[in-house]
Write a new protein. Sequence first.
Length: 138
Amino acid sequence: MGQWRWPVMAICAMLSCVAVEAKNHYGTECETLPSTIHIVKEEFDDSGQVTLNCEEDIAVNKCEGACVSKVQPSVNTPSGFLKDCRCCRETHLRTREVTLTHCYDGDGNRLGGDKGKVQVTLREPADCQCFKCGESTR
């Protein structure tokens, strides 16, 4: 048993060093950042023809960053390693109404006034943090 103990301890020590080194180098940098997405909303008639096409570039929040994950040897898991994977994602989503103002009819003519505006509902991250991968935030 003494033969097997030293290599496992050496692996543990090596992995711990790697995890600490990665944490110091990358850190946990999960944050909510501004971004822009292009939204297209189309409406169709009964025959499937486009009757309205609206689009807009909209400012939204996104979750981005790195979370520290760890791997350590384990005699209790089939793979021989216990993995603690962390992912950057939203703590909750907020709902927001936005107006698309670049609207065109089925022939490609630009629409103005109330016909040239369409409301759409977005869900975007209100805040972000690191979570265990695969776990629900709700």
